[in-house]
Design a protein around this ligand. Structure first.
Ligand SMILES: NC(=O)c1ccc[n+]([C@@H]2O[C@H](COP(=O)([O-])OP(=O)(O)OC[C@H]3O[C@@H](n4cnc5c(N)ncnc54)[C@H](O)[C@@H]3O)[C@@H](O)[C@H]2O)c1
Length: 257
């Protein structure tokens, strides 16, 4: 990291939901390496504490909040405590998520459907609702929503997950317009395959190697590569980008005009 890059986000406070592990942890560290103090959030306490430790090891401040993303009151309280500890949140990365249902329509009961929508859609919506007033007061902010390539393309065994991720794209576009007067930008990333625990659970690196045959670059991404894009969208370098979806998929989906 060059000196200028390491101070790009100095003085900013970032909240990354679901940053106890996986991509969320990588986002937290990428933001810290660029100078941001980080609110680490997750439902998994040990994992979140470890991310907090890693953030502090970069020299930045970390504050850890354990809360269920599906509980708006708990998230409101977490955002308020975090702001009191580190300062108003300037950067929000809505990352917390659970895997796709991996079944056709017959296999999805109301509980699975409700859970997928509660974590991704309700979680993103109400965490943003909690963080935005502070950004408005400050007159600026950056929101990066984590969608998915499947939110753009659909999947034969993931209609609930894919539609939840598509809903996140709807929020992204709407909020880009709604929050623009306050200089709050809202963008989404749509990752393809990324090597994280839920993906490895499907069959380890052997599964990844096979699935990556469908990717023009012939591999899945590592979480850190996705985090570079998140850090860019959260930085002043992306001040003129809002309402956009950054497709991070190794060329697996290439859409024309
Ligand atoms: N890995 C991929 O290939 C891939 C591709 C596209 C999109 N995504 C999305 O990226 C995001 C991160 O996924 P990942 O692969 O790093 O998975 P992960 O399971 O490693 O990370 C998700 C994190 O969210 C947390 N979380 C889940 N439910 C929560 C809840 N109710 N309250 C608070 N925290 C909760 C988990 O504890 C975990 O730390 C998710 O939104 C996922 O849908 C992943």
């Amino acid at each position: 990291m060059s000196v200028s890059q390491s101070t790009l986000l100095s003085g900013r406070v970032a909240l990354v939901t679901g940053s106890g592990r996986g991509m969320g942890r990588a986002h937290a560290l990428a933001l810290a390496e660029r100078g941001a103090d980080v609110v680490v959030h997750d439902i998994l306490a040990d994992e979140a504490e470890e991310t907090g430790r890693l953030v502090r090891a970069t020299g930045r401040r970390a504050h850890v909040e354990i809360a269920d993303i599906t509980d708006p009151a708990a998230m409101r309280a977490a955002v308020a405590r975090a702001a009191a500890a580190l300062g108003t949140i300037d950067i929000l990365v809505n990352n917390a998520g659970i895997p796709a249902e991996r079944t056709g329509i017959e296999g999805v009961d109301e509980a699975i459907f409700a859970r997928i929508f509660a974590v991704h859609v309700k979680g993103t919506f109400f965490t943003t609702q909690a963080a935005v007033p502070g950004m408005k007061e400050k007159g600026g902010g950056k929101i990066v929503n984590v969608s998915s390539m499947w939110g753009q393309t659909g999947h034969s065994h993931g209609a609930a997950y894919c539609s939840a991720k598509a809903a996140i794209l709807g929020m992204t576009k709407s909020w880009a317009k709604e929050f623009a007067p306050w200089k709050i930008t809202v963008n989404a990333i749509a990752p393809g395959g990324v090597v994280t625990e839920p993906v490895l659970k499907k069959g380890g690196m052997e599964y990844v190697r096979k699935a990556a045959e469908a990717v023009p670059l012939k591999r899945y991404a590592m979480p850190e590569e996705i985090a570079h894009a998140v850090a860019f969208l959260a930085s002043p370098e992306a001040d003129f980008i809002t309402g956009q979806v950054m497709a991070l998929n190794g060329g697996q989906v290439i859409v024309g005009f």
